[in-house]
Design a protein around this ligand. Sequence first.
Ligand code: FES
Ligand SMILES: [Fe+2]
Length: 396
Amino acid sequence: MEVESKPVFMGSLYGKKPGKHIPEITEVSQGTPMGELLRRYWQPVALAKEATTTPKLIQVFGEELILFRDKSGRPGLVHPRCAHRGTSLIYGKVEERGIRCCYHGWLFDVEGKCVEQPCEPNNGEHRSKVRQPWYPVQDAYDLVFAYMGPPEKMPILPRVEALEGINADQKILGEQKAFASGGPAIADCNWLQYFENALDTFHVSVLHSNFSGLQFIPEMAVMPNVEWSLTKLGVKATQKRVLPDGRLFLRVTEALAPNVRSVPDAFGKNGPVDRIEWTIPVDDTHFTTFTAGVVHQDATVIRERRVLHDGKLWEDMTEEEHRAFPDDREAQVGQGPITWHTDEHLVTSDVGLVMFRRLLQRQLAVVAAGNDPLGVWRNKEEAVIQLEAGNFFDAQ
Ligand code: FES
Ligand SMILES: [Fe+2]
C-alpha cells in the first residue's frame, strides 16, 4: 500500500515560540548578576556640566536618582524620596551645604547627612540619626562618576592613560550620546547589543560601506582579516586591511570588562586612540554612552555627527530614509528591546563577541565568589586603564 507523503517545510514559522535573552549578562537592576558586576566600578552617570544647582533626575541601571552640585562645588547623588516623608528632591533647592527638601526644609549634604531640620527643636537634635540614601560621586575627565555598589567594595577610580599628558592647546571633553551618528542620547534597546558592536568588526564593510552607502573612509570598506584576542582587561579585535595601493591598514578596537569600549575614529585619524567610552544601561531596555576624549581647547564636540545620507544627519532623515539607509541605531535597536540570544546563529565573524560574553560570565562568577573582577583596583599606582586601540596606517 502506498503511504501518502506529507510535505515538510523545514524552518516554518508556524508554531514558533518567542526566543529568550541571557538574563545574566543583560539585566542590570540591583541583585542581578550583571547589575552587581556593573556596580563594582566607578561609572560615569552625567556630564560634569549637568551637575548644577538645579536638581536633575537621572536613571542609571534602573535606579532613579537626583543629581546636583552644592554651592561649594561638590557633586551629589541621592535617592529622590526625601528621608523625612518621601517628597521628591527634584523640588529641592540647592544651597552651600547641600539640597533642601521643599516640604519641611530638611537639608541634606552630598553624603546624605541631614544637617538641618528647621521644624524640630534645636534645628533637629536627633538629625544625625537620619541619612538620605546616597552614592559617592566624583568629577573626572569632564564627567561625573558614581559608585553604586557595596560600600565595602568601593575601588579606586582609575586614571585613563590615553587622556593624560595633554598639550597646552588641548582639553578633555565629556560627551553623552547613544550612537556616534547622532539621534536621541538614550536608545531603546539593551546596552549589550550596542556594546558588543565594538567587536563586530565585519559589519563595517557591510552596513557602513555598502548597504547604506559609504559612510566612513573608503579604506574601511575593504573586507578585513580579523583576529580577536584577550587583553589584560577584555577583548580586542585586530583588523588588517591590505589597501588597493598595497599599504597595510591596521585597526584595533577594544571592549574592556564590563562596559568600556575603545573604538578608533572611522575617518582616518592615525595613531592610538585619545578617547574612551562607557556604555551605561539606563535600565534593561535603554542605554546611553559617555565618552571622554582629548580635543582642541576650542572644540565643543569630540566627534562630529556623521552625515548619513544626502548631506543629512540622523535626525534630519525621514522614516523612509532611515529604512533605505539604516545605521547602527536601526541595526541594533532593530534587534528588539533585548535580543533573543536563543535564536542567534553565531558564526566565525561573531567570535569576538562570543569571547566577550564568556569573559563577562567569568567576571560574574568572580563577583559571585566575593572577589574583585577585572579592572577593579585598590592601589592607586596600579589603577590605570591602558588602551591598545587605534588606527595604524602604513603598519608593517
Ligand atoms: S518630606 Fe522632605 S522634609 Fe518633609
Ligand atoms: Fe557601526
